[in-house]
Design a protein around this ligand. Structure first.
Ligand code: SF4
Length: 373
């Protein structure tokens, strides 16, 4: 089944490390909500034969929307597409934008998964990242979500901040584990071009974390989360049994997804397109009945094979039967030498059905993909 993504680009402030399309000027919000409904209708005919079982509201900060604004979007989605009864419906949320009262109201919507952008439980680190919430607010929001009846909750955490010590990361991870959410995503900080953080490094105001320390933090994260009962199913994602993010799995296993909103990317058939990253232009295009594409590409056979290997190794592994069905290639005979290198070095494990990376392999996944495939 396919997935649906909606990009809600509004945020209260712009975090220094963020390279997502997000804006702090909310003056076009009403027009945007009107346009995203039109964009939802735009693909109805083309996708009439698809069934959907995941909906993901990302951003931006979707938790800034009101109950009525969500209801209008859900009405349009359910009217326009064949959506399965057990659909996973996630919203990304900023702690500090949701209290118990708002969460209880949101519980009346079809939303059944909340992903909180917590990032740290240390106030000085949150201030460095220019997050709007405190550590206390983050914990309160998660407990409030549980109290409101949400049981499928993810926490996003970031490690390898400039100046962060091993002890402070250990504290952060312990706090995350204590909250007992079903899913934890733990990413290392990336200095993305075009962000405030990137120019701070150019000016010599901050430095990347030491590479060996970053590696130590990553290995600690994998071990600690495994000890706490979380299964790693992607380089940065860990889940309690049965709570894998169905929507993200679609990206990693090359399933189809349709996306709405500025900067959102879709993958349907052998085409992938990305919408324009400008809210004004997005509204103009959609309102004039045109697709809001910035660029569109055809995924040829070679690209599809490479992406399958790269995304598979980064996440749940490569299933030989799936690979053969999709590309008409026998993975084991086509890649005998790389497979042997991976196994002998302890980077991967293989059985009759599939091959997947070990923890040691995840730690050097990018090098593996670049050098062996
Ligand atoms: S809240 Fe999230 S989307 Fe918004 S600026 Fe910060 S990191 Fe980016």
């Amino acid at each position: 089944m396919a997935g649906i993504y909606l990009h809600i680009p509004f945020c209260d402030t712009k975090c220094i490390y963020c390279d997502f399309y997000s804006i702090t000027n909310h003056s076009k919000k009403a027009e945007f909500l009107n346009s995203i409904k039109k964009e939802i209708q735009f693909y109805t005919k083309q996708l009439a034969d698809r069934k959907f079982d995941s909906i993901f509201f990302g951003g931006g900060t979707p938790s800034l929307l009101s109950y009525d604004e969500f209801t209008a979007i859900f009405d349009e989605l359910y009217k326009s597409y064949n959506i399965s009864d057990d659909t996973e419906i996630t919203i990304e949320a900023n702690p500090g934008t949701l209290d118990l009262e708002k969460l209880e109201v949101f519980k009346k919507l079809p939303i059944n998964r909340i992903s909180f952008g917590v990032q740290s439980f240390i106030d000085s680190e949150l201030q460095f990242l220019t997050r709007i919430h405190s550590a206390k607010q983050a914990k309160e929001s998660i407990l409030a979500a549980k109290a409101a009846g949400f049981e499928n909750i993810n926490l996003d955490m970031i490690f390898a901040l400039p100046g962060q010590t091993m002890d402070s990361w250990k504290y952060n991870l312990d706090e995350a584990i204590k909250l007992g959410t079903k899913h934890i995503s733990a990413y290392s900080l990336i200095f993305e071009k075009g962000t405030m953080l990137y120019s701070m490094r150019d000016k010599g105001q901050v430095q990347n974390a030491d590479i060996e320390l970053e590696q130590e933090m990553y290995e600690y994260t994998m071990q600690q989360l495994s000890d706490a009962g979380y299964r790693q199913y992607e380089i940065s994602n860990y889940t309690k049994p049965g709570y894998e993010c169905r929507h993200n799995l679609k990206y990693w296993t090359l399933e189809e997804y349709i996306s709405f909103g500025p900067s959102a990317s879709s993958y349907i058939g052998n085409k992938r397109w990305t919408n324009i990253k400008n809210i004004g232009r997005y509204i103009e295009l959609v309102d004039s009945g045109k697709p809001a594409h910035d660029f569109i590409e055809t995924i040829d056979k070679d690209t599809s094979v490479t992406e399958h290997i790269m995304l598979g190794l980064r996440s749940v592994g490569i299933n030989f039967e799936d690979f053969r069905k999709k590309h008409n290639i026998d993975f084991e005979s086509a890649y005998t030498a790389p497979i042997e290198t991976l196994i002998t070095n302890g980077y991967a494990v293989k059985d009759a059905q599939s091959i997947s990376l070990t923890r040691k392999g995840y730690a050097v996944c990018d090098e593996i993909v670049a050098t062996l495939f």
